[in-house]
Design a protein around this ligand. Structure first.
Ligand code: GRF
Length: 204
């Protein structure tokens, strides 16, 4: 079975979308671990309810929390195939990124490379999009490298926002697109369809 580790920091609607696609048989994968920097977020509650192994990560050794080094060992033992950042707000340390080169993906709630970088998360992104007066936004899934929001783009969904009246309206539309995009990209990994060539990502 294709094994996923999903990193989360908040309510976990993307995690729920992944689990829902697995349950309905559209995605042949298993969420083997959920990792958060927060012990008490909605996503962790959901993981526990679903009997998925849940871990809290911290930079340094702290009580029962796992360090990135410990997670790295654990994921290697468990043969984790893909690490999915689904609303994870911390930067992944470089050593960890190197150990899972081209095996970590992130979902961003805008069309990268615009509206990216430090501070660009959650409603901040949608506010910036709204204030910029652009007519389209969307969701992007990209590889994670050592630089924030910088890795190669794997797939995007574009949505028309010409009629919206608030950043919240954009957020709602984009979230729907995210729930479609992320399981779709994971499925393409499961079926080995993602290929890197000439500095671009292709679907084969
Ligand atoms: C999503 O908009 C995701 O793109 C961003 O954080 C949000 C997480 O939402 N990185 P959820 O926790 O999956 O509901």
């Amino acid at each position: 079975m294709f094994k996923l580790a999903v990193f989360v920091s908040g309510r976990g609607s993307n995690l729920k979308a992944i689990v829902s696609q697995i349950k309905s048989g559209n995605l042949t994968a298993e969420v083997a671990a959920v990792v958060s920097n927060k012990g008490n977020c909605g996503a962790i509650e959901f993981a526990k309810k679903e009997n998925i192994s849940a871990y809290v990560v911290s930079e340094n050794k702290e009580g029962t929390k796992k360090t990135y080094k410990e997670l790295l060992e654990l994921f290697k033992q468990q043969n984790i195939n893909l690490i999915v950042l689904a609303g994870f707000l911390k930067k992944i340390p470089n050593d960890f990124v190197k150990a899972f080169q081209d095996k970590i993906i992130n979902i961003h709630p805008a069309l990268l490379p615009s509206f990216s970088g430090k501070g660009m998360y959650g409603i901040n992104v949608h506010r910036a999009v709204f204030n910029s007066s652009v007519k389209v936004s969307g969701a992007t899934v990209h590889f994670v490298d050592e630089v924030y929001d910088n890795g190669k783009i794997i797939d995007q969904i574009c949505i028309n926002i010409s009629d919206v009246n608030s950043p919240e309206e954009i957020a709602e539309k984009v979230l729907k697109a995210e729930h479609e995009l992320l399981p779709r990209v994971i499925s393409n990994f499961v079926h080995n369809k993602i290929k890197l060539k000439n500095n671009r990502v292709y679907l084969s």
